[in-house]
Write a protein that binds this ligand. Structure first.
Ligand code: PLP
Length: 424
């Protein structure tokens, strides 16, 4: 039977939101529409977006180029099974991805979400070893990492502090190195790699792959670490002939000031995972990219196949908007925009370190992080920010900003001022 109550009540009683309970639902706002960096609520409130809908809407909402690409594709074909069919937009996208990533990365697997891209990367690594006649099943990763919510991905998220604590006993156990302490701009402390170095040498014969988030550990703590750390990781993986998977799902497509965060360390992964802003935040799509050599070895196993194939693999609408996203990025205007945001963050946020409540400020590209000493009263702070006309979603001790690259100067000013006012 159709339930007749207000929309808000229906949402509260019958719909799960991310990481919430049905009995104590999270406060949710009814959105009407959005344009550029402005979110318009049903109640008439306008909010400046400081989140890019979780790292994804880098070119803002209702972007005319992205809109056009989907509309054009809609008239041709919205979806087609990728098993037995191919299409122009998928071919163009994979060619684009090969073109904008390091030369070595040449074989692309398209899937439907970031977590699934991680599952695919892990399966590739396991199967790579299987094809070589070795049964390797351990993954070496970092504490405070985040790689998604599906089972394989959960098993490589921080084992203690992560939101997956509840499922810990159901997961495969992997190997966790201490998360890097040496900050992005600090002088490199060579001891920072010790834990990782020790574990990779100790378990080198069991480890199939290393997986980590390059330079920025996102949802696990918003840590921004020294590029030398990643460089050392890459060297150690080469030394022990262990595959290196980089999870660029959050950092990819310009967010850190480079097109991909691993460029800060001038390294090349064996397997690269992309998602989130791959479609400019329009549709759900991910890509796992590897080398021809690894793809060939994977294909040499008994079955001769890589056994994965999501229903919506290579969805034409998603591929077409991803191509439009890359077309916008290739115009290279994003670099100046991200630099402007970075400089503005530095100018306005760094002085906040003098406030008693603030423990640390971290900035890289269009990412600004404020870490407080105490846990944040999320509801209270969010209400304050909404009353000030901005959308930011703090968690634990973190207030973090990652606005769309196209945010206007005056919008950025309002966004930052409302954050500053929190601590006055
Ligand atoms: C969001 C995220 C994922 C998971 O992507 P989903 O599309 O939410 O499944 C994986 N890794 C990182 C680093 C992420 O930020």
């Amino acid at each position: 039977m159709f339930i007749k109550i207000t929309k808000k009540k229906f949402d509260k009683n019958y719909i799960w939101h991310p990481y919430t309970s049905i009995t104590k639902p999270l406060k949710c706002y009814l959105i009407k529409n959005a344009k550029g960096a402005i979110l318009k609520l049903k109640n008439g409130t306008n909010l400046i977006d400081g989140m890019s809908s979780w790292w994804s809407c880098i070119h803002g909402y209702n972007n005319s180029i992205l809109n056009k690409s989907i509309k054009k594709q809609l008239k041709k074909i919205s979806h087609i099974m990728f098993g037995g069919f191919t299409h122009k937009e998928a071919i163009k996208l994979c060619n684009n991805l090969i073109n904008i990533t390091p030369k070595k990365l040449k074989c692309v697997f398209l899937a439907d979400s970031g977590s699934v891209a991680i599952e695919i990367a892990l399966k590739m690594a396991l199967q790579y070893w299987q094809s070589k006649g070795e049964y390797r099943k351990k993954v070496l990763t970092l504490k405070q990492g985040y790689h998604g919510d599906t089972f394989g991905a959960m098993s490589v998220c921080d084992p203690e502090n992560s939101m997956h604590n509840i499922y810990k006993k159901y997961l495969t156990t992997h190997i966790f190195a201490e998360s890097p302490k040496c900050k992005f701009n600090n002088i490199w402390d060579k001891n920072d790699i010790n834990s990782f170095k020790y574990l990779i040498s100790k378990h080198s014969k069991e480890i199939a792959c290393v997986i980590l988030e390059p330079i920025v550990q996102g949802a696990g703590g918003m840590k921004i670490y020294n590029p030398n750390y990643l460089k050392k990781v890459s060297e150690l993986c080469k030394k022990y002939k262990i595959l290196l998977i980089l999870d660029e799902i959050a950092t990819g497509f310009g967010r850190t000031g480079k097109l991909f965060a691993f460029e800060h360390s001038k390294i090349i992964p064996d397997i690269l995972c992309l998602g989130k802003s791959l479609t400019g935040g329009y549709m759900t799509l991910s890509a796992t990219i590897t080398t021809k050599k690894i793809a060939n070895i994977i294909s040499n196993n008994k079955s001769g196949c890589f056994m994965h194939g999501p229903t919506f693999m290579g969805n034409p609408l998603a591929c077409s908007v991803a191509n439009a996203n890359i077309k916008i990025l290739n115009k290279n205007k994003w670099k100046k925009k991200v630099k402007y945001i970075e400089n503005y963050f530095k100018k306005k946020l760094i002085p906040l370190i003098n406030y008693d409540k603030i423990l640390d400020i971290r900035i890289l590209g269009a990412i600004g992080v404020i870490e407080t000493f105490n846990f944040i009263d999320t509801n209270k702070i969010q209400r304050f920010l909404i009353n000030n006309g901005v959308w930011v979603k703090p968690f634990r001790k973190l207030i973090y900003l990652m606005p769309p690259f196209i945010i206007k100067k005056k919008e950025l000013k309002i966004l930052i001022n409302s954050i500053i006012n929190l601590f006055k």
